[in-house]
Write a protein that binds this ligand. Sequence first.
Ligand code: TMP
Length: 343
Amino acid sequence: MIHIGHGRDPARPTLVPREEMTVRLIHEGKVKRVFSDPESDERLIVEFTDAITAGDGAKREVLKGKGEVACETTEFLFSYLEGKGIATHLIRRLEGTKLLCKKVSIFPIECVCRNVAAGSFARRYGLETGRPLSRPLVEFFLKDDELHDPMITMDAIVRLGMATQEELEFMRRVTLDVNYYLSELFRQVGLRLVDFKLEFGRTENGEILVADEISGDTMRVWDENRSSLDKDLFREDEGDVVQAYKRLLERIREANPEQVPIREETLLVHVMPKSGIKNPPGEVARKALVRLGYDEIVDVRMGKVFEIKVNTPVSPRLLARVEEMNRRLLANPIAENTRVRLE
Ligand code: TMP
């Protein structure tokens, strides 16, 4: 039985006496444990253990202090991202190795972002490690150790019902936003973000949040000498991992988050007449096209696209505001359908 004390919401009376408050183990992963929060059904406690694994669990060790530094790094980076407007599941750090988080159900997908060829990408395409990519790349992997986390396409994720197209586009865009904000922060202190992995979760009311962790366990980061400050040291038996994770955190802490400029984002709002509703402009275009000899045309419907630039990363709050813009101004909800594209 584990007792965890943390700040209680003073507005909410606690019905269970403190000594009877227990936390239940909800999930045990390879390196983290997830417990219920006795004070709220909407929260979870995530504990970082000292275990470290590679090769989908084939290689495993316990390294004293790893859980604490991974937890601290995650707290630092999630707080930084929140400060830039990216929504994460972090509420706050409780103690050494525990984070209090919003309860989400995790998508069974790993979103990997790469700036430089390394790891499985370099192996898959026979590339030299360190070759820069012309633009950041997002790849999806299925979270399944037995299958060795195979790569999965967006279409397969949608067809298998693991996420909707809209949810995936959202996760992809947020992954790119996270890449920008982390890369710029690290660059200030001479570090290079090679690649990283994110997981996302959905709250009960459908909000999608960055979840799990961001630490030396889930990133590749090189210093100015191309030395790794991440789990590659463990994968390749090349040095003291915990020391490297500590150095990584120390260096990132020296950066100034305020000097990382907010990046403009573009959203496309497509507004289309609902099927079955008359669309005179489309009909005019159809007749004119047929008159010009394009007699294969059966139907033309004309809608509109708004290209909207915003000075904040993509987040559930932003999507809710765009929804509101649609209702209030951009579309007529009776006659038109809208769709937000995050291409
Ligand atoms: P990869 O090159 O092995 O595909 O890994 C890409 C990045 O994602 C790297 O920074 C490590 C991270 N990653 C995880 O955190 N967990 C995983 O299960 C995998 C496969 C990768």
